[in-house]
Design a protein around this ligand. Structure first.
Ligand SMILES: Nc1ncnc2c1ncn2[C@@H]1O[C@H](COP(=O)(O)OP(=O)(O)OP(=O)(O)O)[C@@H](O)[C@H]1O
Ligand SMILES: [Mg+2]
Length: 325
């Protein structure tokens, strides 16, 4: 038993909204726990409770054995938090931001500067360190945010939607950073709206909906429960699309969808081994695939399977959200 985060039966209401409606969470030391869910599912609320920023109405949570309410001081010393909305000061430079936060964490002047330098270097922001943050790209900001949360070498790091709004390259940079801190022994709790992100980073995934945990397990467990991936295939010669579609239909026993203009054929598959069978059939028919992939189910597909309703409906039920960090 080495659960560094353990929460049981967390409840939190805001007026009529049950932001957390009986949530259990556990994270093992040195792993990444992914908390996956659509807008308004309660992810940020859970992070704020675990970060001692918000008291739960009921239930309890421990971080490394310390109670987040009674032992908030000890908990704060163990955690680093990167909020959903950038927490660095736009007008200050990267270096100034990190030095300021280090000073707030009781670093001496010299140590604060040294730590800032170290982190800027590690996040490849050394050159940008002397520029105001308002001139940074989204990816650079997120990296600076992440650097800021690592100043006091926390054992537990909460990352609230660390890559929302980033382009694929910046997202990959953040992913690499997360892998790096975990390799050094930290435990990461990461919230995300992307199944792909949870799949790429998380050892365990907890799926939230309406303040409840609706599923948990490894990425493979979840994929197994969802029971399908999507096969995407396109013939390099468009006139062969009909023949390709017929082969795919025959192999899967499903009716593929064909996108007229692109000739992209998609179909749900339950057995990934089907791909090799398809490759053989295409080969026999001398059809060259310009594109052939198994795609992860999207969050929408996960939701539809787990809850029986699409994400949009879940969101429509929500009251408009203010700027809740
Ligand atoms: N301070 C608050 N006051 C009122 N309502 C709140 C507050 N914080 C959260 N809520 C509500 O609680 C619910 C859960 O919000 P939360 O921010 O935890 O969701 P989330 O999963 O982080 O969503 P997102 O993906 O949009 O960040 C939402 O309906 C939200 O509007
Ligand atoms: Mg949130």
């Amino acid at each position: 038993m080495d659960d560094v985060i353990r929460a049981e039966g967390l409840h939190k209401r805001f007026g009529d909204t049950r932001a957390l409606d009986g949530v259990d969470i556990t994270a093992r030391r040195g792993t990444v726990l992914g908390v996956l869910g659509p807008n308004g599912a309660g992810k940020t609320t859970a992070v704020r409770v675990l970060a001692t920023l918000l008291k739960p109405d009921a239930g309890r949570a421990e971080v490394c054995g310390y109670d987040v309410v009674k032992d908030a001081v000890q908990v704060r010393a163990l955690i680093g938090l990167t909020g959903q909305y950038a927490s660095v000061d736009e007008e200050l430079t990267g270096t100034e931001n990190l030095v300021m936060i280090a000073r707030l964490l009781d670093f001496g002047r010299r140590d604060a500067k040294a730590r800032a330098r170290q982190l800027l270097d590690r996040f490849r922001l050394t050159d940008a360190g002397s520029r105001a943050v308002k001139t940074y790209s989204g990816g650079m900001r997120r990296r600076l945010d992440l650097a800021a949360s690592l100043i006091n070498r926390p054992e537990i790091i909460y990352l609230d939607e660390p890559t929302t709004g980033l382009d694929p390259r910046a997202r990959n940079e953040v992913w690499d950073t997360v892998r790096g801190v975990v390799a050094e022994g930290a435990t990461v709790l990461l919230t995300t709206q992307y199944l792909e992100e949870a799949d790429a980073l998380a050892d365990q995934i907890t799926v939230f909906d309406h303040g409840r945990v609706i599923a948990e397990g490894t990425s493979d467990d979840l994929k197994g429960r969802i029971g399908r991936q999507t096969l995407v295939v396109r013939a390099s010669e468009p006139y062969r699309t009909a023949q390709l579609t017929a082969i795919v239909a025959e192999l899967t026993g499903e009716k593929p969808e064909v996108q007229g203009p692109t000739g992209l054929v998609t179909v749900p598959v339950h057995d990934p081994r089907l791909v090799s069978a398809l490759v053989r059939r295409l080969d026999e028919a001398s059809i060259v695939a310009a594109e052939l992939a198994l795609r992860m189910p999207s969050l929408d597909e996960v939701f539809l399977t787990l809850t029986g309703r699409p994400v949009e409906e879940a969101e429509a039920e929500l009251v408009p959200e203010g700027s809740v960090a």
